[in-house]
Write a protein that binds this ligand. Structure first.
Ligand code: AHR
Length: 514
C-alpha cells in the first residue's frame, strides 16, 4: 500500500498552513558572499548515443535539414542562446571504446564500429575530433575530451592530446594539418577514463588510481595549452572510490568526477517520463535533493586530503533518467522532458551554487535527444524542453557572485519519510551589480507568498519571467512545441527592502533586481 503524502514539517520554523496560499521567507546574506559561481556549473554533455550527435547536433553537409557545415542551424541558434560554457564528448561509456584515429581524415576512409554500449548501432565515425572541436568554437565553449582508458592505450591518448593541442612541427600536429586544420585547438579539460568502475573497465579504485597516474604522465602540455586532468570518479554513494583516489592520486589530478542521476523508480522501474502521479513527482524531488548530501559526503573526504581545495569536484553527469519513450530504439535513452524535469534542473542548480568552493563543473546528461535533454529533434523539427528554459533563465548566474540566503518554508513528507522543502531558491549578483534571484515552487497545489528580505542591496526595480505549466506532466512536443515556455512575471511588490512575490504553484520564477 502506498503511504500518504504528509504536508507539514518545516524546513526552518514557519508555521504550518493548509490554505491555498502558503508562505515562505528568504533573507539574502550578501555580507557572507565568498564564491563566484563558475560558468562551468552550466556544462553540457554529448555522447555518441542514440540521436544525440547524429540527428541532434550533426546532420552532415549533404542533409536537406538546414545546416552550416553539417551542424543543424536550429540547434546552433538554440545552444548559442544557452551560453553553453563547456561540452563533454564523446562519452560516457562510449568514450572507453572510442578510437579517435577512426574519426579523422576523409570521411569515406573512416572505419565503422559497433556502438556496443548503446543498442549496437553502427557508428560511421563521420563526427570526429575536427567536427567536435569546431562545434565548440562555433558555440564559444570549452571542449572537455573524455579519453579512452578502458580499451585504449597510453600512446593513443597521448597522441590524441598532441594531435589536438600541439602547434609545433610534431608528427601529430602535422597529421592534423594534413587533415585541414593548421592551428591547434585549445583543449583544457581532459577526462582520463569514464566510470572506470563500470563500463570504463570494471576496475577497482586501487588499480585505476595507478592507471590514472600512468596515463596522465604522458598527456603533455603543448605550446601553452594547459590541461586540466580529470580522474574518473565515483558513482553516487561510492565514497570509498573518492577516498582511494584522493589518497593515491592526490595532486596528480586537477579534478575528480562524480556521477549522480535522479533515477526515481522506487519500485524497480525507472518510471515513465510523462505518465506519473503526484506521489511519484514528490518522490522524484526528494531523490533530486539527495544530491546535496552526496556532494557533501564526497567533499568531506576531499577536504580531509586537500585542505586547500586545489582539486576540483566535477559532477560531469547528472539529470533525470526515465524509461525510454515507447516506440523508440532500445538503448538510445530517448525520453520526454516535462515540467517535473524543469523542477529537477532548478533545484539541482540551486544546490550546486552552494558548493562551488569545491564543485567546479557540472554537466547535465545530455544535450540533445538523450536523458534530460536541452533539445529534442525529429528530422527537421526541433523543440526546446522545459529543462532548456530553466538553463536559459538561469544563465545569468554564470560567473556571478553567489549570494547565500536563508530560506524558511514548509516541507512535504513522502513515502520513506523523505522530506521535501516546498520552495527552492538561489541568488547571485553579476559584474554590473544586478541581482538575480531564482525561485521554484515545488508545491503542486498551492501558491507561495515569498517575502524576500533584500538586506542592504538598495533595489529600485524588479522584473521577472515565469516558467509554469497547467499540469506537472506537461511537456513540449513536436505538435505543441510551446506548451511550457517562459512568460513575463509581474506578481510581486517591492516595499523598501522587502520584495513580496506571489509564486504560482508548480512554477519557476527568475527575477532581476536593480
Ligand atoms: O549518460 C548515459 C550514460 O550514463 C553514460 O554513458 C555513462 O557514463 C553513464 O552510466
Amino acid at each position: 500500500m502506498r503511504t500518504k503524502l504528509i504536508l507539514g514539517s518545516l524546513c526552518l520554523t514557519a508555521s504550518l498552513s493548509l490554505s491555498a496560499q502558503k508562505s515562505a521567507t528568504i533573507t539574502l546574506q550578501p555580507d557572507q558572499a565568498t564564491q563566484v559561481i563558475p560558468k562551468e556549473i552550466y556544462g553540457q554533455f554529448a555522447e555518441h548515443l542514440g540521436t544525440c550527435v547524429y540527428g541532434g547536433l550533426w546532420v552532415g553537409e549533404d542533409s536537406d535539414i538546414p545546416n552550416t557545415n553539417g551542424y543543424r542551424n536550429d540547434m546552433l541558434a538554440a545552444l548559442k542562446e544557452l551560453k553553453v560554457p563547456v561540452l563533454r564528448w564523446p562519452g560516457g561509456c562510449f568514450a572507453d571504446e572510442y578510437h579517435w584515429m577512426d574519426g579523422i581524415g576523409p570521411k569515406s576512409d573512416r572505419p565503422k564500429m559497433v556502438n556496443n554500449n548503446w543498442g549496437g548501432t553502427i557508428e560511421d565515425n563521420s563526427f570526429g575530433t575536427h567536427e567536435f572541436l569546431n562545434l565548440c568554437e562555433m558555440l564559444e565553449c570549452e571542449p572537455y575530451i573524455s579519453g579512452n582508458v578502458g580499451s585504449g592505450t597510453v600512446e593513443e591518448l597521448a597522441k590524441w592530446v598532441e594531435y589536438m593541442t600541439s602547434d609545433g612541427d610534431s608528427p601529430m600536429a602535422n597529421l592534423r594539418r594534413q587533415n585541414g586544420r593548421d592551428k591547434a585547438w585549445n583543449v583544457k579539460y581532459l577526462g582520463v577514463g569514464n566510470e572506470s568502475w563500470g563500463c570504463g573497465g570494471s576496475m577497482r579504485p586501487e588499480y585505476y588510481a595507478d592507471l590514472y597516474r600512468r596515463y596522465a604522465t604522458y598527456c603533455r602540455n603543448y605550446d601553452g595549452n594547459n590541461l586540466y586532468k580529470i580522474a574518473s570518479g565515483a558513482s553516487d554513494y561510492d565514497y570509498n572510490w573518492t577516498k582511494v583516489l584522493m589518497d593515491r592520486v592526490g595532486n596528480n589530478m586537477n579534478g575528480l568526477s562524480l556521477h549522480y542521476y535522479t533515477v526515481a523508480g522506487w519500485n524497480g522501474s525507472k518510471g515513465s517520463a510523462t505518465n506519473f502521479d503526484n506521489e511519484d513527482y514528490y518522490w522524484t524531488m526528494g531523490k533530486c535533493l539527495e544530491v546535496e548530501d552526496v556532494l557533501q559526503k564526497h567533499i568531506v573526504i576531499m577536504d580531509q586530503y586537500d585542505k586547500k581545495k586545489r582539486i576540483g569536484l566535477l559532477l560531469d553527469e547528472w539529470g533525470t533518467w526515465w524509461d525510454e519513450e515507447p516506440g523508440t530504439i532500445q538503448g538510445h535513452l530517448y525520453q520526454q522532458n516535462t515540467m517535473r524535469d524543469a523542477m529537477v534542473a532548478s533545484q539541482s542548480l540551486d544546490i550546486f551554487h552552494k558548493y562551488t568552493d569545491r564543485l567546479k563543473m557540472a554537466n547535465i546528461a545530455q544535450i540533445a535527444n538523450v536523458l534530460q535533454s536541452m533539445i529534442l529533434t525529429d528530422g527537421d523539427k526541433l523543440v526546446l524542453t522545459p529543462s532548456y528554459h530553466v538553463f536559459k533563465m538561469y544563465n545569468v548566474h554564470q560567473d556571478a557572485k553567489h549570494l547565500p540566503l536563508e530560506l524558511t518554508c514548509d516541507t512535504i513528507t513522502v513515502r520513506d519519510d523523505r522530506k521535501v522543502p516546498l520552495v527552492s531558491a538561489t541568488a547571485s549578483q553579476d559584474a554590473t551589480g544586478k541581482v538575480h534571484i531564482s525561485l521554484s515552487n515545488i508545491d503542486l497545489k498551492n501558491s507561495q507568498k515569498v517575502s524576500i528580505n533584500l538586506a542592504d542591496l538598495k533595489v529600485k526595480k524588479a522584473t521577472g519571467e515565469v516558467l509554469a505549466a497547467k499540469n506537472i506532466t506537461d511537456y513540449n512536443s513536436f505538435e505543441q512545441p510551446n506548451k511550457v515556455v517562459p512568460t513575463q512575471f509581474k506578481n510581486m511588490k517591492l516595499n523598501k527592502d522587502v520584495l513580496v512575490v506571489d509564486l504560482p504553484a508548480q512554477s519557476i520564477v527568475a527575477l532581476e533586481l536593480q
